[in-house]
Design a protein. Structure first.
Lengths: 155, 100
C-alpha cells in the first residue's frame, strides 16, 4: 500500500470513530413523565431541562396512553431513556401496571408517590416479581435537588 | 379469540385480560399488513421465569414464524410483532418490485 493510501486510511479511522461517538453524545435523552397531577409538570420540566439540557419530554396522565407511547417507542427503536411515573394515575391502570408490563421497554424507570419508602417496597414486592431489582423511588413532596441527584445516579 | 392460545401456566396470571386485549391488537396489526389469505396463530407460554410468545403466519405467498422470550409477556409480544412486521414489510417491498 502506498504511503498516501496509508495516511488516507488512518485519517478515515480517526474521523469516523470520533464522529460516531459525537453523534451518540448529541442524541437527545427522551423522557416520559406519567403524572396525573399536572401541577407537578413544571417542576419536572425544570428538573429535567436543567439536569439534561437536551432532554425531550413527553407527558401523560393515564396508564393506557402511556402504554401506547412506550409500545410505539419500542417498535420504532426510539426507546425512552427514562420513564418517571406516579403510582396512582388517571383511569384504571397504575404506574405499577405500566412498569410490570413495559418496564423493560425503557432504559430506566422511576416511581414517584407519597408512600413512605418502606410502604412502596412492600407494595411493589407484593404485586410484582422484583427479581430484576426494584425501580428507583422518589417520595413526594419532591425536592428538585434530591430528584436531580437521584436521576444523575442512574443516567 | 380462537387464534390465541395460553398455556396452562397462565391460569393464575392476573394480567391475562389486558394481555389478551394487547394480543388481539397485535394480531390485527400483523394481519392487516399480511397477505389476505394469511392464517395466524399466537401461542403464549411461561416457564416460571420467562414468558414466551410464538407467532405463526401461513399464507400462499408468505410464511413466518417468530418466537420471543422476555420477563414480561407484553415485551415478548412487542418483539414478535416487530419481527413479524419487518418480515411482512420486506415481503411487501419484494412483491411490489415483482409487479413493477
Amino acid at each position: 500500500m502506498e504511503a498516501s493510501q496509508e495516511i488516507e486510511k488512518d485519517l478515515a479511522v480517526q474521523t469516523h470513530i470520533p464522529m460516531a461517538l459525537l453523534f451518540d453524545a448529541m442524541a437527545p435523552l427522551r423522557f416520559l413523565v406519567v403524572e396525573d397531577d399536572q401541577s407537578q409538570w413544571p417542576l419536572w420540566e425544570s428538573i429535567l431541562k436543567t439536569t439534561y439540557p437536551r432532554a425531550e419530554i413527553e407527558w401523560e396522565i393515564d396508564e393506557g396512553r402511556a402504554e401506547r407511547l412506550l409500545r410505539h417507542a419500542y417498535q420504532t427503536n426510539q426507546p425512552y431513556s427514562m420513564v418517571i411515573s406516579d403510582v396512582f394515575l388517571e383511569g384504571s391502570g397504575t404506574g405499577i401496571d405500566l412498569w410490570k408490563r413495559y418496564g423493560d421497554a425503557a432504559a430506566h424507570f422511576v416511581f414517584v408517590s407519597s408512600f413512605s419508602m418502606a410502604k412502596f417496597d412492600a407494595l411493589i414486592a407484593s404485586l410484582a416479581n422484583t427479581q430484576g431489582g426494584l425501580p428507583l423511588y422518589l417520595q413526594k413532596p419532591l425536592s428538585a435537588k434530591t430528584c436531580k441527584k437521584a436521576l444523575q445516579s442512574v443516567l | 379469540m380462537d387464534n390465541i392460545s395460553f398455556s396452562p401456566a397462565f391460569e393464575k396470571f392476573e394480567d391475562k385480560d389486558q394481555l389478551l386485549v394487547v394480543c388481539g391488537g397485535a394480531i390485527e396489526r400483523i394481519t392487516s399488513h399480511a397477505p389476505s389469505d394469511g392464517l395466524i396463530q399466537m401461542k403464549l407460554d411461561f416457564d416460571g421465569n420467562y414468558f414466551s410468545v410464538r407467532v405463526e403466519l401461513i399464507s400462499q405467498q408468505l410464511m413466518l414464524e417468530f418466537e420471543a422470550r422476555a420477563s414480561s409477556p407484553f415485551i415478548a409480544l412487542e418483539d414478535v410483532q416487530k419481527a413479524s412486521l419487518e418480515k411482512i414489510k420486506k415481503w411487501s417491498v419484494s412483491r411490489k418490485l415483482k409487479v413493477a
